[in-house]
Design a protein around this ligand. Structure first.
Ligand code: G3P
Ligand code: CA
Length: 332
């Protein structure tokens, strides 16, 4: 299943340039050349899958300014944490469609705020439709990389994400291990359930401070029983020095995962200094672009098979330069 070029996965679309998880963001990511687009999925009250990074929607929509929904402000426990705000599962799709997306990171990405209020929240079905239309129009196969968000929370509400996800993929013609799709989850039980019901590629996600038992050589062999790839926080591949914040030598993760038959995808490449390891930052401002091209090339050197990115054009250029052998000259 190893592909020729490491995949460039458009993380939430192209959120370096447009509010995340909007059709405009996915459309731009595709236009920039991304191989896959990544929707995070949650469920409306009436059981429709929509793209949002979390159930609580006040940071990425204008819901807090919509007086008619003021009485839906509440506090819930989700994934072991108390969260206050407005929750997608308390809105029907028709109600949700009256909201508009806003930029999540206006301090770091003020240029994106000019798009606030212009786009609605897309359904998974609309995203799959966009991918099909653009694949046909551009003559290249664009993949989709959906993530089930807070699956236990939605299952408890009677709004389990997995069946609608598999149904939607089936309706849109995705089937079998070679289909251009990766289904991802942090929850091994969620993936094990999916493995029992589908042959589509599955990805075990692991956070930098999460289930580290899953990324030992033994853990990775276990993961290979239910997944085809691991999607890991990038610090697990190139650990940062705890004092200086610089990245050092690669961990054994890529070699161990490959030995277990797993692909390795890393998240998330981002241009802004705020997200870059020491040594790749340029200029003073956290929102200034740093040398994410060189950072990306370090991950390509480490042998990863795919990179999630907020700026697909930068990551594609890093991949092109890496393939050509062109590296920055020390004297420049
Ligand atoms: O899905 C991979 C990566 O996106 C996980 O992080 O929080 O951006 O969904 P998050
Ligand atoms: Ca995600």
């Amino acid at each position: 299943m190893r592909q020729a070029d490491p995949l460039v996965i458009a993380h939430r679309g192209a959120p370096g340039y447009r509010p995340e998880h909007t059709l405009a963001s996915y459309r731009l990511a595709i236009a920039l050349g991304a191989d896959y687009v990544e929707p995070d999925l949650v469920s409306t009250k009436d059981g429709v899958l929509v793209a949002r990074h979390e159930a609580e929607i006040s940071r990425t929509t204008n819901v807090g300014r919509r007086g008619e929904f003021a009485d839906r402000l509440t506090t819930k426990e989700i994934d072991g944490r108390l969260v206050s705000g407005w929750f997608v599962e308390d809105f029907t799709l028709a109600e949700l469609k009256t909201l508009r997306a806003v930029e999540r990171l206006p301090e770091l990405r003020p240029h994106n705020t000019r798009f606030d209020g212009r786009y609605d929240i897309p359904t998974f079905d609309e995203i799959l439709g966009l991918v099909a239309v653009e694949s046909q129009r551009l003559g290249r196969e664009i993949g989709v990389y959906p993530e089930t968000k807070s699956p236990a929370h939605f299952a408890d509400l009677g709004l389990a994400l997995e069946e609608p996800l598999l149904d939607a993929l089936s309706v849109h013609g995705y089937g079998g291990p070679e289909a251009p799709v990766f289904i991802q989850s942090f929850d091994p039980a969620n993936l094990q359930w999916l493995r029992s019901r589908t042959g589509l590629p599955l990805v075990q996600l692991v956070e930098a401070t999460g289930r580290l038992d899953l990324v030992t050589s033994t853990g990775l062999r276990r993961v290979a029983q239910w997944a085809d790839a691991v999607g890991v926080a990038k610090d697990l591949v190139l650990p940062r020095h705890p004092g200086s914040g610089t990245i050092g030598d690669p961990s054994a993760l890529v070699a161990d995962a490959h030995a277990a038959g797993l692909l390795v995808h890393v998240w998330t490449m981002r241009d802004e200094n705020a997200f870059l390891p020491t040594g790749y930052r340029r200029g003073e401002s956290p929102s200034d672009p740093g040398d994410s091209i060189e950072e990306t090339q370090a991950f390509l050197d480490a042998g990863v098979d795919g990179l999630f990115t907020d700026q697909p054009d930068t990551t594609l250029e890093a991949r092109r330069l890496h393939a050509s052998g062109m590296r920055i000259h020390a004297a420049t």
